[in-house]
Write a protein that binds this ligand. Sequence first.
Ligand code: HAM
Length: 422
Amino acid sequence: MAKFSPPPGTADIFPEEMPWWYRLEETARRIFPLYGYGELRTPVFEYTEVFRRGIGDETEVVQKEMYTFEDRGGRSLTLRPEGTAGVMRALLNTEVMNGSEQRVFYLGPMFRGERPAAGRRRQFHQVGVENAGRIAPELDAENIAMLIQYLDALRISGTRLLLNTRGVQADRKPAAELLSKYFRQHLDAMCDDCRERAGRNVWRILDCKQERCREVVGNAPDYLRTYTAASRMYFDSVCKLLTAFGIDFEIDRQLVRGLDYYAHTVFEVIHPGLGAQNAIAGGGRYELYLPENRKPIIGVGFAAGLERLLMVQEALNIPAPAPGTGPVFLVSRGAPARTFNLKLAQELRAAGIPVVVEIEERSMKGQMRAANRVNAAFAVICGDTELESGRLVCKEMQEGSQKELTGTDLRDFLKKAYGVEC
Ligand code: HAM
């Protein structure tokens, strides 16, 4: 174990990186309420059954990637590998099963025991939304529009929106039979895993990454023709609405998504600049079963991976969030000034202004360096002369300009600079 490293696939996030994270989070908190969504916070762990039943026993996530442990009472718990199942568990306490629509969004860490790679973490962060309780193509299209608005607000360009439909349960069997018949004729050209999948789960072949399988998959028959007319019409309506909204998309029959709860529309936003882990967001319409619930909860939603959004922003050279939001740094020259500054710091904080105050006897240069380290927007300098005259020197750190202000003027000036009510 490397002594000071966190476990593989996890990372510490330091204060200087936070403005980037805040921007992703604050943008979510600004955009999603425009569509009537409110924030929901669920626990980071749930009873294991919630995920096994919700996501599906057959999925890679449940079979290979969950962090599952027993608590002291012998109950099996699991760190959430995704948000949807837990959110639905929480919404069962609402009227969602009686047709009342619920609109929620969430932010937070998720955990999957995957092999760490660029863009693939064991603890990663998602922002997600769920619209539960109703089914309508309008809701699917609105959901996708909301994701696109979120990405636009983050100035993420160059993405591709992939779209497909998984149909409903009744559509799957004839479609799987059609695919299975085709794949059985091409077993020789496929990888070992897919040969085995051909008999068990043909859908998994569709997203196999092996070059030889991609070729076979590329020529597979279009299974949509086996779907019922109602399912095809549903998908058609979603596509038409997206076109009406001016949203570009590509239909991708190979997009099946790795979680079992999807029904009807599925989508993914990919960014070519990211390499193998190129999905920055994914989602779709679902019918999700929970333990002891014989009827599924229906809904539509998506989640975006925050680490991947940051990687794309970096690749696109998107500038750091606006500077000048750092604190006021109070520089003291001598003990009496320090005592004065400690009191002034409390007054300014009480007024809503962020302040860092130097508590040690240090040179002026050392204190200015410290101000830069905390990304201070202003440095306010106080020594014996300033104490006597009652006028403090306030230096604007970015521009380097400075002015002398009395205590009251200084407070008013800083309140204005930080947008605090006077
Ligand atoms: P997902 O496609 O599994 O969907 O994950 C959504 C996003 O989370 C991915 O597109 C990716 O950006 C990010 N992500 C997933 N795994 C990792 C990882 N190991 N490291 C870094 N980022 C990762 C879901 O989770 C569904 N619950 C989405 C949804 C909501 N469907 C309906 N409602």
